[in-house]
Design a protein around this ligand. Structure first.
Ligand code: NAD
Length: 498
């Protein structure tokens, strides 16, 4: 194993130090049961913390609301708010190796991926939204003579930000940065499986920045306790990224409490359509395969259904199988490894169950088993798995698996491809490859998905909206869309005479 540049000794020491809640600028013990954070590469305990219980969650919401009402953060100058966000970006950049390691250890994603993409992008997110603190304009409305109507963009209040385990610090940053930029107070709740980077970033912020107390709070707990955030009348907005089931519960809880607003980024079962005139077929398959199987298939917008035209179907499947068989599963800290372990045992078991279901529904052409020989014996490793000739209505073609399992589906006409693509309850993303510009635009219009990728699956940028349709979620994140979701628009009328 190559451990150059990987600060393992530092991490061993850091993991042994107590892990606490960060509430109102203070480190305090959680007052509920212990939660153990584990390493999915070997099942070993990394650290443990006492979770916040529902009372502690509610107390935190009360404090955050007091700070909101006092204007602790919202009344600070926009320049000061922007500077604080830029300083957070610098803290992330100056600690990339440590954060990348803490991201990889409980998640199982490749250290190289955390270093190259995940952590540097978090710094970019804080810089990006620092620039927006004084640029999100209101408007004057074209009303009758004698009147002026203008709009004010006001912070929503206390934002409960609930993140998943697949891109832990990235998902948290995508919520914290715009919420703070627009003057809100924040309670961030990282996933209990992967809280390490958020804890370490809070330590850096606490020791090196001068943020007012109670503006940025962190709760370490599980979903049962975090549910209180969604029913609390002291929370005014929930931004949630996670499963569709929990998203549905958040909507119910909002309706049963103060009708708090919710942005929901949920599950997906995204199609990628390869038409018979796919340009650069090798390149297209290569790209789509990489997006599908990188991060061990634990990505919401990955193309889990390849819809392939009959005339190129066998060629494409053959290429995919070759690529899948070449993947090396192993310790995510080791150079040369392509795929780390699934994030946790629950996820591992769920994926293996779907693989067994798939074997009864379609033809298994690659993988289909846990890769747990030799050094991998104690980890949650699963071979990249491909099913061929999958019926469009099979469970493995309809339900989110959230792992390295791909369904290949054959089609014969454009109409059939669109019908299959739109046939799930999800609508997060969709991709299509064709040399025919006219067909590309027509099909893009017909696909019921929040993000469309034409001739390159999986393009992302902070200035572009991210988010799905149907049961993949409500609202968009990134770009100006996040600013809108963390502000209230107030319309002001002025009568100045006829
Ligand atoms: P999850 O829904 O189990 O948990 C997500 C977060 O919600 C965790 O922090 C969890 O502790 C918390 N939570 C659980 N129940 C809660 C409740 N009742 N009230 C408040 N908080 C609660 O999801 P997960 O397993 O962490 O993540 C995987 C899921 O996330 C997949 O379905 C995936 O598609 C989805 N996801 C979506 C996107 C997107 O942008 N659309 C991005 C990443 C992941």
């Amino acid at each position: 194993m190559t451990t150059n540049n990987i600060p393992l000794a530092w991490a061993r020491d850091w993991l042994q130090q107590p892990k606490q809640q960060y509430i109102n600028g203070q480190w305090v013990d959680g007052n509920s049961d212990d939660w153990v954070v584990s390493n999915p590469a070997n099942g070993e305990e990394l650290c443990r913390f006492a979770m916040a219980d529902t009372d502690q969650v509610e107390q935190t919401a009360v404090i955050a609301n007091q700070n909101h009402e006092a204007g602790t953060w919202s009344k600070m100058s926009r320049t000061e708010r922007a500077n604080a966000l830029r300083q957070i970006a610098d803290l992330i950049r100056n600690n990339v190796e440590k954060l990348a390691l803490l991201e990889t250890l409980p998640n199982g994603k490749l250290f190289a991926e955390s270093m190259a993409d995940d952590i540097p992008t978090c710094a970019d997110i804080f810089d990006y939204y620092a620039g927006w603190t004084d640029k999100f304009y209101g408007e004057t409305s074209p009303v009758d003579d004698g009147f002026l109507n203008y709009t004010l963009k006001e912070p929503v209040g206390v934002c409960g930000l609930i993140a998943p385990w697949n891109f832990p610090l990235y998902q948290a940053s995508l919520k914290i940065a715009p919420a703070l930029a627009m003057g809100n107070t924040v309670i961030i709740k990282p996933s209990e499986y992967t809280p390490l980077t958020m804890i370490y970033l809070m330590e850096l912020i606490d020791s090196e920045l001068d943020l007012p107390a109670g503006v940025l709070n962190m709760l370490l707990t599980d979903g049962v306790n975090a549910n209180q955030l969604t029913i609390s009348n002291n929370v005014h907005k929930i931004s949630f990224t996670g499963s569709t089931g929990v998203g549905r519960k958040i909507v119910q809880n909002s309706g049963a409490s103060n009708l708090k607003a919710a942005t929901l980024e949920l599950g997906g079962k995204s199609p990628c359509i390869f038409f018979e005139d796919t340009p650069d077929l090798d390149g297209a398959v290569d790209r789509a395969f990489t997006v599908m199987f990188s991060h061990k298939g634990e990505k919401c917008s990955e193309p889990t259904r390849f819809l392939i035209h009959d005339s190129i179907y066998d060629t494409v499947v053959e290429k995919l199988v070759e690529k899948a068989e070449a993947i090396k599963c192993g310790d995510p800290l080791t150079e040369g490894v392509d795929q780390g372990p699934q994030c946790n045992k629950v996820q591992f078991d769920k994926i293996m169950e779907y693989i067994e279901i798939g074997k009864t529904e379609a033809k298994l052409v690659a993988g289909g088993y846990a890769d747990i020989e030799g050094d991998n014996a104690k980890g949650y490793y699963i071979r990249p798995t491909i099913f061929s000739d999958v019926p469009a209505d099979a469970r493995i073609a309809q339900e989110e698996i959230f792992g390295p399992v791909l369904s290949c589906i054959r089609f014969h006409s454009t109409e059939e491809a669109v019908q299959i693509a739109n046939s799930t309850e999800y609508g997060l993303a969709a991709g299509l490859y064709t040399a025919d510009v006219s067909r590309a635009h027509k099909v893009a219009e017909q696909l019921d998905a929040g993000m469309l990728f034409i001739n390159r699956y999986g393009c992302y940028g902070l200035a572009a909206p991210f988010g799905g349709f149907k049961q993949s979620g409500w609202g968009k994140e990134m770009a100006i869309h996040s600013l809108a979701s963390y502000t209230k628009t107030k319309g002001v009328w002025v009568y100045y005479g006829d």
